[in-house]
Ligand binder design. Structure first.
Ligand code: ARG
Length: 582
């Protein structure tokens, strides 16, 4: 709807004022308050300034020159010159019928041009996959689902940290303490690798002799010594298995292409920067100086691309990776989902890539930063004994708590359900709760991880929405009419205010999804779904469905059915699957 209005306004404005004036986009926005109708056009005010005229008079000229009778009530001019737009209920009714019959529920699809790479999750081998990676995984997956649904060609890439000096250290340590890990698959329990890594690190920090051995090991690895490579591969294999457990639980599709993949392309990056005259030697290291990057003292802060010992780093890899994604993957948009702590890194890498002419004009680079996940006391998440929490344990706890809640509820409702039902529901509820708690926050802020809040049946939570779906679905099912195959092309009837409010909200889905596509903020979709369930509740309170007369009953059943479908689709775009019973 909003797109249609924008188009009509654009044409009318051009006809009325000619091409010499500029109009502030967007021409039409959703109304900030239902008192002002459904949409607003606020262009009269800036236009009046340009034309040195009275804004109300300008608004009047717009209103006189636009014909929206087909969809809208007569336009109203309010305050200093806002134009309020209210859609006619008959038009809403017609749109609802169309959306209900559309398998995409009224959400338009684009014809993809180019390719969007989404770099997300990206944990590091042999180090733990921490809550930050969980956030990247959940947010990245949801963004991918939303873009895919809109029709984009998406390549989901897992840029795992599978290379670097830490491997020298770990291999040197294991060679002394647990050599079998380096020669046999699965010689160490999944998860123990992280502990061994920590021990290696502490030895590295304390023991100069060991430090030297670790350095030698890095050299061997870099020169592709076969024994070292085999050890490295075994370590990667082991970590990968651990990551996969999490991805399977969370239903995440990802293609792994780790840092090591770009090793062969690193020297060429240095050459390229050299050719572009961007390299400067600073205390033996090769760097690129950037605009607007200074340290605390105000001295220019360079991006190091080759260390004084000749080694490359995270930034060099990201430059090679960027180039590869553009040239080989043909990416036209690259989205990086990482914690906000890496914002500087990406600004620098993007700037260097631009300066080195790696990024053609049609390619867009986007960093999607997110805040920290904190414990309820605002500190870092830890176990009771102060250890860092393993993701698997965290997810298991969510499932276990969901199970307890469910068992209590079943008991109080006097229901008897079998083991497989209980396990399935707890798993879906527990995991959805974790995902939704993350996605419903504006990602740029830190959020506090609270099992109690995320598992609550009330409020903007996954259990609330899952429950809303079960209820709405139940109601439309009770109608006993096959709504998917209505014989007559029945248009719905909208009489009550709460029906109208619900219907209008249902029709906002297309707009909301496009907004998320633009801002990459899935919390907007969460809020939309939460408000949808609330509006459905008000409608259900005020409008009898099954007891209503035949045509009203059918009409209300369609509203209920569409609500259920929208919740299901919306949740699926957040990576959450619905339950038919819970
Ligand atoms: N492995 C990194 C980390 O754990 C994230 C990688 C993000 N992607 C990238 N292309 N740098 O922080």
């Amino acid at each position: 709807m909003i797109d249609t209005l924008r188009q009509i306004f654009a044409t009318a404005l051009k006809q009325t004022f000619g091409n010499d004036v500029t109009f502030v986009e967007p021409l039409v926005v959703p109304a900030t308050n239902p008192r002002f109708g459904d949409y607003q056009c606020n262009v009269a005010l800036p236009l009046a300034k340009q034309l040195k005229d009275n804004p109300r008079a300008i608004a009047q000229r717009i209103v006189d020159n636009i014909n929206l009778d087909e969809f809208c009530q007569p336009l109203e001019i309010a305050g200093p010159g806002f134009i309020n737009i209210t859609i006619k209920p008959e038009y809403i009714a017609q749109q609802i019928t169309t959306a209900h019959q559309d398998e995409r529920l009224g959400v338009t699809a684009i014809t993809p041009e180019g390719k969007t790479v989404i770099d997300f999750s990206s944990p590091n081998i042999a180090k733990e996959m921490h809550v930050g990676h969980l956030r990247s995984t959940i947010i990245g997956d949801s963004i991918a689902r939303i873009l895919e649904f809109r029709g984009h060609n998406v390549l989901r890439l897992n840029h795992v940290g599978d290379w670097g000096t830490q491997f020298g250290m770990l291999i040197a340590f294991l060679r002394q303490e647990k050599p079998e890990v380096l020669t046999t698959a699965n010689a160490v329990a999944i998860g123990d690798l992280v502990t061994l890594y920590k021990q290696a690190k502490s030895k590295f920090d304390q023991d100069p002799e060991f430090k030297e051995e670790a350095r030698q090991e890095v050299v061997k690895l870099q020169s592709k010594d076969s024994e070292s490579i085999k050890a490295w591969q075994l370590l990667c294999e082991q970590s990968r298995k651990e990551f996969q457990i999490i991805y399977d639980l969370l239903d995440i599709e990802l293609t792994e292409r780790g840092e090591s993949f770009y090793n062969p392309f690193l020297p060429a990056i240095i050459n390229l920067l050299e050719e572009e005259n961007l390299l400067v030697e600073d205390q033996g290291a090769k760097c690129v100086f950037l605009d607007n990057f200074v340290n605390k003292q105000g001295d220019p802060l360079p991006l190091i691309v080759q260390k004084s010992d000749g080694g490359y780093n995270y930034a060099t890899t990201d430059l090679a990776c960027l180039k590869y994604r553009i040239e080989e993957d043909k990416a036209t948009k690259i989205i990086y989902v990482t914690d906000a702590g890496q914002s500087n890194h990406f600004t620098q890498v993007f700037q260097v890539a631009q300066k080195a002419n790696i990024v053609p004009e049609n390619v867009e680079l986007v960093h999607v930063p997110f805040g920290l996940v904190l414990a309820e006391d605002g500190k870092k998440i830890k176990t009771r004994s102060g250890e860092t929490i393993r993701l698997k344990d965290l997810l298991d706890e969510a499932i276990n708590r969901a199970k307890k809640d469910l068992e209590n509820r079943l008991e109080s409702e006097g229901r008897n359900e079998d083991e497989s039902f209980i396990n399935h529901v707890s798993q879906v509820v527990g995991l959805s709760a974790v995902k939704y708690a993350d996605l419903s926050q504006n990602r740029t802020t830190d959020y506090k991880f609270s099992f109690d809040k995320m598992l609550a049946l009330q409020g903007n939570t996954a259990p609330y929405l899952l429950y809303a779906y079960v209820r709405v679905q139940g109601i439309s099912r009770k109608g006993n009419i096959d709504l998917d195959n209505l014989e007559i092309n029945k248009s719905i009837i909208i009489k009550e205010e709460s029906e109208l409010v619900l219907a209008k909200h249902l029709l906002q889905l297309d707009y909301v999804i496009k907004e998320v596509e633009k801002d990459l903020l899935p919390n907007r979709l969460c809020l939309y779904l939460f408000e949808l369930s609330q509006k459905f509740n008000q409608f259900y309170d005020q409008c009898p469905i099954l007891q209503a007369e035949e045509d009203v009953k059918l009409s209300r059943l369609i509203l209920a059915d569409l609500t259920a479908k929208v919740i299901k689709l919306g949740l699926s775009l957040l990576g959450i699957s619905v339950l038919e019973r819970m």
